[in-house]
Ligand binder design. Structure first.
Ligand code: NAD
Ligand code: GLY
Length: 361
């Protein structure tokens, strides 16, 4: 088992990465000291892993709730089910919410924990690659709004993250590829040698090779933990974690939540960010081709849907990085290094959006 930690003073916590952690009583007892526990899962993950987790929590008063499965249910309306379950089980301030599932379950359970009685503990037990490398770490929680992704939420750090690599064996291949998009993101924004490692291990990762997956999760979490420790509330460097997300969120919102997976939209968005960095004279054409090739080998989409440039820009303007009406983008001065900038010619962005999203929907 690898044990990383995220250094946030009294809100710091361990990130445990290994096999068989999901029902390890010693791991769970240390991570979940509370007596009263609400496990939040969904109708797909629950039948696979809930019993094991509950057995590992023996001796506690455990209630559980299974949400419907899908990004389209990451809404305020469905959040109410979690508050209803907490109230029905008469949970108090000393209760702990445990999120068992992917990023949708984690974001919703975390937001419920942030709000219930003005904040109770929560623990992340992520079961998708995307959640293990990204969404379970860093304390961003929330739900979508029809007008934009993740517009309603709170920062609420978990008290532990328990990533059991074994759970990835049941993950559909498409979801595995979507998680790899976020792994590639870390190489692109922060670690050129990790990018080279991913290029050398794509086939192993796609074949669910245990040691390759463990390395990918561990290195991604190290990079994320370092950035979040430096900038917990995203006043600066944390925004780099959103490479491809401004374009990607526009894709997710325009196509209806759930049609494009988050990681797929991020993949197409990262290629757009690389291409725009080339238009600004930063990356070379061979760099952009290198990104495209890696995404293609991973089986990720590299072409945006034809939602039209003006609709894309309208949705991008709802991005949380917008400042004084200016869409700020995460761009790549070189592979392995990122920056956030709103300082580019607007016509250049318009031309790029027409090329990627089409002139009209
Ligand atoms: P997801 O939660 O929808 O899970 C993907 C699918 O896999 C679902 O159908 C789920 O039921 C299924 N599943 C989960 N674990 C499984 C397993 N072990 N075996 C079989 N099936 C399993 O999607 P995701 O990609 O994990 O997360 C995407 C969400 O995360 C988006 O809402 C995105 O906005 C959010 N996100 C949040 C952050 C953050 O910092 N909070 C970061 C990145 C993404
Ligand atoms: N996924 C972006 C962040 O956690 O900041």
């Amino acid at each position: 088992m690898h044990r990383l930690s995220i250094d946030l003073g009294n809100r710091g916590y361990p990130i445990l990465v290994g096999r068989g952690l999901l029902d390890d009583p010693a791991v769970l007892a240390a991570a979940v000291p509370a007596r009263d526990v609400l496990v939040v899962t969904n109708v797909t993950v629950g039948p696979l892993y809930l019993d094991r987790l509950v057995r590992g929590l023996a001796g506690k008063r455990v209630a559980s709730v299974a949400l419907p499965d899908g990004e389209q249910y990451k809404t305020l309306a469905h959040l109410e089910r979690l508050f209803d379950a907490l109230v029905a089980a008469r949970m108090n301030r000393d209760a702990c919410v445990v999120a068992l599932g992917g990023g949708v379950v984690g974001d919703m359970a975390g937001f419920a924990a942030a709000c219930y009685q003005r904040g109770v503990d929560f623990v992340q037990v992520p079961t998708t690659l995307l959640a293990q490398v990204d969404s379970s770490v860093g304390g961003k929680t929330g739900v979508n709004h029809p007008g934009g992704k993740n517009l309603i939420g709170a920062f609420h750090q978990p008290r532990a993250v328990i990533s059991d690599i074994g759970t990835l064996s049941t993950l559909p291949a498409r979801e595995l590829r979507a998680g790899l998009a976020e792994v590639i993101k870390y190489g692109l924004i922060a670690d050129a040698s990790f990018l080279g490692w991913i290029e050398a291990h794509v086939e192993a990762l796609l074949a669910l090779d245990g040691s390759a997956l463990e390395h990918a999760v561990r290195r991604s979490c190290e990079l994320k933990a370092e950035i979040v420790a430096e900038d917990e509330r995203e006043h600066g460097r944390r925004a780099l974690l959103n490479l491809g997300h401004t374009f990607g969120h526009a894709i997710e919102t325009a196509t209806g939540y759930g049609e494009w997976l988050h990681g797929e939209a991020v993949a197409a968005g990262m290629l757009m960010a690389a291409d725009f960095s080339r238009r600004l004279g930063w990356l070379g054409a061979t760099d952009v081709e290198r990104v495209r090739r890696l995404l293609e080998r991973t089986g990720l989409p590299t072409r945006a849907p034809a939602i039209g440039a003006s609709r894309a820009l309208e949705l991008m303007a709802m991005d949380k990085k917008v400042q004084a009406g200016r869409v700020r983008l995460v761009l790549l001065p070189r592979l392995g290094e990122a920056t956030v900038s709103g300082d580019y010619p607007a016509e250049l962005l318009s031309a790029a959006l027409v090329e990627h999203f089409g002139a009209a929907a």
